[in-house]
Design a protein around this ligand. Structure first.
Ligand SMILES: O=C(O)CCC(=O)C(=O)O
Ligand SMILES: [Fe+2]
Length: 340
């Protein structure tokens, strides 16, 4: 039975649905066409749904199954992987608050009703950036293969496939900003891609002071969210209404984060969103945050800096921006410090 939700579902103009198939298939003029529609979506809404992508959904189903397998492990097993200074590992229930990122009074009232495992792209133990101990560049924390057979592989396959999609979409975002198609290539040589593999455990009833993830904006470049097993994600309109996203089987929700907003000199939005607490049934999500290299210095693109709209931002290293974001994010409990 589908849960009754007392919210309006966003209409097409409030949450654009974009067919990315022609572009991914390499059709002529599809790049410019998609870039125009992505520009409109990021300028007006900050969110969109991609359909007709060429993702292998078995990989996504497997990653969701792996997530359930992980979250079903005994708590002691998960706590062995408790989140570290690199923001890698297990964030237990009740330890994350979207404090400091509230877009209304709802953030920070109660901790988010969720737990998650956060992981990055795999690094080799002898990677110089791992050996130097540099923050946010540690090794992933995985459970023992004996405790969760096949789990790690399911997540690495997901990370790899989604990263590939992210790379292929970079020219579209560059053209959406009216920059050369290869503009972003140099910035994604060693990207800081983060997956937050979340379980929102079912709660008994919907409350207005308890969320799966309270209102926030995302930190980075773009976020991709393959459709979850349950509704829950909402966006806030300029008029202040919270809307459910349109349901779309095998669709991928994509939104722009604060770093892309800054890069575009505020031409693109970083829109407020939240996840309602899950009623009756656990909800799983595989939030994929596609971000530039921590060492990249971000300067608003010249196409978005004009006499009428002068450049608002100084150059800023992405890693410094990210560390600051994390410091302001949750952190009523250090172990749970976790950026949205
Ligand atoms: O679970 C979702 O659908 C969205 C989660 C989210 O907004 C986030 O992790 O930043
Ligand atoms: Fe988010």
């Amino acid at each position: 039975m589908t849960e009754h939700r007392p919210f309006r579902v966003a209409q097409h103009d409030e949450f654009p649905i974009l067919d990315v198939g022609p572009y991914l298939a390499g059709e002529e003029s599809a790049l410019e066409d998609l870039a125009t529609r992505v520009r409109d979506a990021f300028e007006r809404v900050g969110f969109m749904m991609w359909v007709n992508h060429d993702l292998d959904w078995d990989v996504i189903d497997n990653a969701f199954a792996g997530s359930q397998q992980f979250h079903d492990l005994p708590r002691e097993e998960k706590l062995k992987l408790e989140v570290n200074e690199h923001q890698l590992g297990f964030v237990p229930m009740g330890t994350s608050l979207n404090k400091g990122h509230s877009v209304d009074g709802t953030a920070g009232l109660k901790p988010n009703a969720m737990e998650n495992l956060t992981y990055h792209g795999e690094r080799a133990p002898d990677d110089p950036k791992v050996l130097s101990g540099e923050r946010f560049r540690g090794l992933n924390q995985w459970p023992d293969a004996a405790a969760a057979p096949g789990f790690r592989e399911s997540q690495v396959a997901y990370h790899t496939m989604m990263s590939d999609l992210g790379y292929r979409i970079l020219p579209v975002i560059a053209r959406a900003l009216e920059m050369p198609a290869d503009y972003f290539d140099d910035y994604f040589k060693d990207p800081s891609i983060v997956v937050r593999m979340v379980k929102y455990p079912a709660v008994g009833e919907m409350r207005d002071d308890q969320f799966g993830s309270a209102s926030h904006t995302d930190a980075g470049f773009i976020t991709m969210l393959p459709q979850s097993n349950q509704p829950g994600l909402q966006i806030k309109t300029d008029a202040g209404e919270w809307l459910d996203h349109p349901p779309m089987d095998r669709g991928v929700i994509v939104n722009s984060g604060n770093m892309l907003k800054r890069w575009s000199n505020d031409r693109f939005r970083a829109s407020p969103h939240r996840v309602t607490a899950s009623v009756g049934k656990d909800r799983y999500s595989l939030a994929f945050f596609f971000n530039p290299d921590l060492d990249d210095v971000i300067v608003p693109v010249e196409s978005c800096c004009t006499a009428a709209n002068p450049c608002k931002y100084e150059p800023l290293r992405y890693g410094d921006f990210y560390a600051d974001y994390i410091a302001r994010a949750y952190s009523h409990k250090k172990a749970g410090a976790q950026a949205a």
